[in-house]
Structure formats: structure tokens, C-alpha cells
Design a protein around this ligand. Structure first.
Ligand SMILES: Nc1nc2c(ncn2[C@@H]2O[C@H](COP(=O)(O)OP(=O)(O)OP(=O)(O)O)[C@@H](O)[C@H]2O)c(=O)[nH]1
Length: 189
């Protein structure tokens, strides 16, 4: 069972006012929290999905990842996922994370990937307070065709995929900080 990691880092950051993935929090850049949580679970390759303008700003440091610029920018997470998955269709699963989640942990990633064995669902998606968390989820390559169908109809919502494929949900407690993401500078306060 091979799992690729995909960190989505090509959004507009319009609410933040500047590319939020490069904000420093404690000792790391914001996007590095997601890369590290995947890396600590030996997930390889780890792909950073971004746009051509931002590619030069990702520094490899000691982290091990591949940076990919999308031909069409700002098409949203569903397109970004489709693009990253279909560029490497030989992976069985893709672990998708966003670039703005400083409280993500390697334990969370471990908990999720342990569910991949012996399941025949197409996606494994966390749920917290009745809200699905599609940008912290595992997608099987079976999803690629359905994603294309949704995009071809000019739809962009990741949630639309969940009525087209079989999903397993994983319940998390409402006080778990893992899913907190940073949209604007006020979210740090
Ligand atoms: N590669 C890629 N990632 C994206 C794209 N759109 C959003 N993302 C990422 O998806 C995650 C969630 O995005 P949002 O925070 O909702 O949107 P955003 O565009 O980054 O920020 P806003 O402009 O403030 O809505 C973030 O990690 C984004 O970087 C895209 O078109 N391509």
C-alpha cells in the first residue's frame, strides 16, 4: 500500500493578505507543519501543490519534498488534488493536508493511515462536530475519475465527491485543535 502526501499550498491567501504558508510560527514556516507530520510517518513522496509564482519561495532545507506548480492557478483544492493525484496515478492512496494548520500532528497522520489496511472505501475523512474535514483526509486513486467528472461540470466543491464515492468517517473530539486553520492574521490571537 503506497501513500503519497499532498500539501495544498497554492491558494490566494486573500483573507490573510500575504502568502500565509510562509508565515513563521514558533520555529517553523506554516506549511512545514504539514510536511513534517507526513514525513514523520515516512510518507513518500510528499508533494507540495502550489502555483508557478510561489514555487521559488519554497526552500527545501532539510525537508524532503517535491514542489509542483500548477499550470492553471487558483482553481481551488479539488482541482489541485486532481492535478497532483493524476500526475502520479500509481500511488494507491494520497494523504491530503492544507498548508495553514499549525496544530497538525504526526500522531493524527498515523491514526488515519492505520485505517487504510483492510478497507475497501475510496476516502477516509475526519469529522469533528458534524463537519467533514476534506483537507485532512486520505483519498484512494479510485477517486481520480470522479474528481474529473465533477470538475468537467465546472463544480469545485470537494464535498461533492463524497456523494460519488464510498467514504469512511473518523470521529474526532470537538475540543481537538488539529483542524484549526489560519485564515487571517486574527486567527493567531
Ligand atoms: N495548490 C492549490 N492549493 C490551493 C488552491 N486553492 C486553495 N488551496 C489550498 O487549500 C487550502 C485551503 O484554502 P483556503 O484557506 O480555503 O483558501 P486560500 O485561497 O488559501 O485563502 P483565501 O483566499 O483567504 O480563501 C490552503 O492550504 C490553500 O493553500 C489552489 O488553487 N491550488
Amino acid at each position: 500500500m503506497n501513500i503519497a502526501g499532498v500539501v495544498l499550498a497554492g491558494g490566494k491567501s486573500s483573507r490573510y493578505g500575504k502568502p500565509k504558508m510562509f508565515e513563521m510560527y514558533k520555529d517553523k514556516l506554516l506549511y512545514e507543519y504539514s510536511v513534517e507530520a507526513l514525513k514523520e510517518n515516512s510518507i513518500s513522496p510528499i508533494i507540495i501543490s502550489t502555483n508557478e509564482k510561489l514555487v521559488p519561495y519554497f526552500s527545501k532545507n532539510d525537508l524532503d519534498f517535491v514542489i509542483e506548480g500548477e499550470a492553471k492557478e487558483y482553481q481551488g483544492p479539488l482541482y489541485a488534488m486532481f492535478n497532483a493525484f493524476s500526475n502520479r496515478p500509481n500511488n494507491d492512496w494520497y494523504f491530503v493536508l492544507a498548508c495553514d494548520t499549525p496544530f497538525i500532528t504526526a500522531d493524527f497522520v498515523k491514526n488515519m493511515i492505520e485505517r487504510v489496511a483492510n478497507t475497501n472505501v475510496d476516502a477516509i475523512v475526519p469529522i469533528q462536530s458534524d463537519k467533514l474535514q476534506p483537507l485532512f483526509a486520505l483519498y484512494h486513486r479510485n477517486c481520480i475519475g470522479k474528481m474529473k467528472e465533477i470538475l468537467d461540470k465546472n463544480n469545485r466543491k470537494v464535498q461533492l465527491l463524497f456523494s460519488e464515492v464510498n467514504i469512511m468517517t473518523v470521529q474526532f473530539s470537538s475540543d481537538d485543535l488539529i483542524f484549526k486553520n489560519i485564515n487571517s492574521p486574527n486567527d493567531w490571537i
